[in-house]
Design a protein around this ligand. Sequence first.
Ligand SMILES: Cc1ncc(C[n+]2csc(CCOP(=O)(O)OP(=O)(O)O)c2C)c(N)n1
Ligand code: SF4
Length: 269
Amino acid sequence: MAIQDYIRQRFFPHLWCPGCGHGIILNNLLHAVDELGLAKNDIVVTSGIGCSARISGYVDFHTLHTLHGRALAFATGVKLSRPELTLIVPMGDGDALAIGGNHFIHAARRNIDITAIVMNNRIYGMTGGQFSPLSGPGILATTAPYRTIDPNFDVVELARAAGATFVARSTTYHALETIDLLKRAISHKGFAVVEILTQCPTYYGRKNKEGEAAEMIERYKHITAKIGSKALEENPALIPRGVFVEVGRPEYCEAYEEVIVRARQEVAA
Ligand SMILES: Cc1ncc(C[n+]2csc(CCOP(=O)(O)OP(=O)(O)O)c2C)c(N)n1
Ligand code: SF4
């Protein structure tokens, strides 16, 4: 299938700024879906609010554009009622881990079969460049004109500790790696988290003097390294990319189905 067949052309042109990384992630996601050969009718994308969350308007799957921070709650409801469907939840860093932080850790704890994509541009893009729990200390944001002091969550470690059974990281520079990780995450039975470092040239880039979008993307090549690579061994300060967790654990909908069977048996007895 051609990639444009997965898109709702009627909603284009999209609202993202020139050079925003969110379009790259949309492209990577569509390639992953295409390479997995999934039927459009079997995919549900739920999103909250944010520039990132606009993805749900652009993809020609079943979509729910919901409330800021609540995408995983809606996805949980859909998945529990229709476990045969493939649930994909793209979220910004604020959406996923500020207002949505509780939903994130509990979805991971339950190990419900949903793929969560954390589109981490380290800032609130849609509302004008406020800092987020993933900004980290020392950055300039609309709400931190003298630089942030808050430490950031490490998405990978948080997801791992909360119980996610697939956890990976990539960047908008590493498109082929992202496609591969998204394919593995979507195919994984359980709660899968893929963090993708992405650029917001309009707010994060401009305020922190990181240059144009192309420079911001290029930067990911230099500040990250693959797990197990010589580069990472020689410089542990680099941000690791790849798969951090890939384990099996009972999936929530399947466990819930057993509860239903038990309840029916008890009622019938
Ligand atoms: C309950 C609620 N609180 C706050 C907002 C305002 N709001 C909309 S998007 C957003 C943050 C967007 O940042 P992020 O989730 O990181 O996504 P990005 O825009 O950077 O892709 C906020 C605070 C809202 N829409 N609803
Ligand atoms: S404000 Fe930032 S995150 Fe939002 S569309 Fe523009 S570049 Fe992308």
